[in-house]
Design a protein around this ligand. Structure first.
Ligand code: SDX
Length: 421
């Protein structure tokens, strides 16, 4: 059987035969039948928006690979900085390449003093850290006018280095502001995750615990990229207009802020807290089945099996709890997972725990306030967003994103004066 699809326009009898490659075919062929014919695909459920070589997902089998490397191996053997290099360059770095990459990022962790002393002071004392983070990413771009030179490889490299290096500094700044604590400057003698934890928590003789440092690095690796998710799609759409990468990343972070996307880790902990006890789990599950709310941290557009990241995070949680003490919400989460995975409502809809179901328990055990959870998601995701942004700019098939619509509004009608309405 040929790898083709034949579409017939029954109105004219015209047909077009299109090759199928790796499960996709070009929709442009449809306009050979009729130039005014378009696919209607709300939320892009059946649309591939681009070619990409960065991340591969197999939703039915719970597979996630960055540039071909299984996420399980990267979480066990790699570091986030090495993964950020891999996402951008397509291969693991040599020792010399990694040292140059690490050194550049380490020496770009500072932000302009005006960000600390003037910009952040403009926020209300109880501003949500993710709202502050989104604004700070856009504001950061105003310090680097060369960022607009998106066709210049060196300018793009500078943006990669600055955004990867400074997002932990921005995140810690937002947190310290929200609790009225003085800021900690970056410490270039520390590793990437340790520097972030130090900026977050240092008061007096604080020392970063190596177990928490490694757990943070693993969480950064797991959250670095996830192909064409909502936030990355926003990065690509805004980037396709040739906007600078800081403005594009602010748009991506805004999409991530939503509770159906990156905001789910915050929503999961609030949900578990509201459930309050394992005795209430059964009734909560019934309420979800009655349509009274969603089981946050469950379900995924692509994974119709266990999210491989959730399994790794669940394992890492026990390492963290050895240091921090067990998060009391863990028992409720485990009972919720056990109950849902036996219930036809969830099994029939192929709803499994996703990356957000357990991550919040670790963050909470590490004393991060719930409002910081989505910021913690955004820090590493910046490297995925940037990798997709550069791939888009270098893709000869890409141009400014401008989908069509199915117009169902009123036909032409004449204006009626106010006095006659
Ligand atoms: C992330 O895309 C990515 O890759 C995202 C991400 C990444 O790394 O970037 O993986 C990160 O966003 C993870 C997802 C975090 N969000 C949540 O945990 C929020 C809860 N999950 C749902 O809102 C939902 O599952 C989505 C948004 C994640 C996926 O939604 P879809 O693909 O549009 O699926 P759907 O809403 O069409 O659901 C199909 C059915 C529906 O029931 P019916 O109308 O068929 O009866 O499943 C039901 C939904 O009501 N359903 C749920 C549910 N998720 C879907 N019912 C209860 N609880 C849920 N969580």
């Amino acid at each position: 059987m040929p790898d083709t699809i034949t579409i017939t326009d029954d109105r004219t009898g015209k047909t077009v035969t299109v090759p199928i490659t790796d499960g996709v075919f070009s929709s442009a062929a449809i306009r050979e039948l009729d130039p005014n014919l378009y696919f209607y695909d709300p939320a892009y459920l059946s649309t591939a928006s681009c070619r990409s070589e960065i991340t591969y997902l197999d939703g039915d089998n719970g597979v996630l690979r960055y540039r071909g490397y299984p996420i399980e191996q990267l979480a066990e053997k790699s570091t986030y900085l090495e993964v950020a290099y891999l996402l951008r360059h397509g291969d693991l770095p040599t020792p010399a390449q990694f040292e140059t990459w690490r050194n550049e990022i380490t020496h770009h962790t500072f932000i302009h003093e005006n960000m600390r002393k003037r910009f952040v002071d403009g926020f209300h004392y109880d501003a949500h850290p993710m709202g502050m983070f989104v604004s700070s990413v856009a504001a950061l771009g105003t310090f680097y006018d060369d960022a607009k030179n998106i066709k210049d490889p060196q300018s793009r490299h500078n943006s990669f280095i600055r955004l990867i290096a400074k997002t932990p500094t921005l995140a810690a700044m937002c947190y310290r502001f929200s609790v009225g604590l003085p800021f900690n400057y970056p410490d270039n003698d520390l590793s990437y995750p340790a520097n972030f934890l130090n900026m977050m928590w240092k008061v007096g003789d604080y020392e970063v615990d190596p177990v928490l440092e490694r757990a943070m690095d693993i969480l950064f690796i797991l959250h670095a990229d996830h192909e064409q998710n909502c936030g990355t799609t926003a990065m690509r759409v805004v980037g396709s207009s040739e906007a600078d990468p800081y403005s594009s990343a602010a748009a991506a972070a805004s999409a991530l802020y939503g509770p159906l996307h990156g905001g789910a880790n915050e929503a999961v902990v609030r949900m578990l807290t509201d459930i309050g006890s394992i005795d209430n789990v059964a009734e909560f599950v019934e309420s979800v089945k009655r349509g009274e709310g969603k089981l946050m941290g469950f379900g995924h557009r692509v994974y119709k099996n266990y999210d491989p990241r959730a399994a790794i995070i669940k394992k890492s949680a026990y390492d963290v709890f050895e240091v921090t003490g067990k998060n009391p919400l863990l028992d409720i989460a485990l009972k919720l997972e056990e109950t849902a995975l036996k219930d036809p409502y969830f099994v029939d809809r192929r709803l499994y725990p996703n990356v957000d179901f357990y991550s919040g328990l670790i963050y909470q055990a590490m004393n991060f306030p719930v409002e910081m959870f989505t910021v913690l998601f955004a820090i590493p995701r910046i490297s995925g967003w940037l990798a997709h942004w550069e791939e888009l700019l270098l893709d000869k098939e890409q141009k400014i994103s401008r989908p069509r619509q199915w117009y169902t509004g009123p036909g032409e009608r004449d204006y009626v004066d106010l006095s006659a309405r």
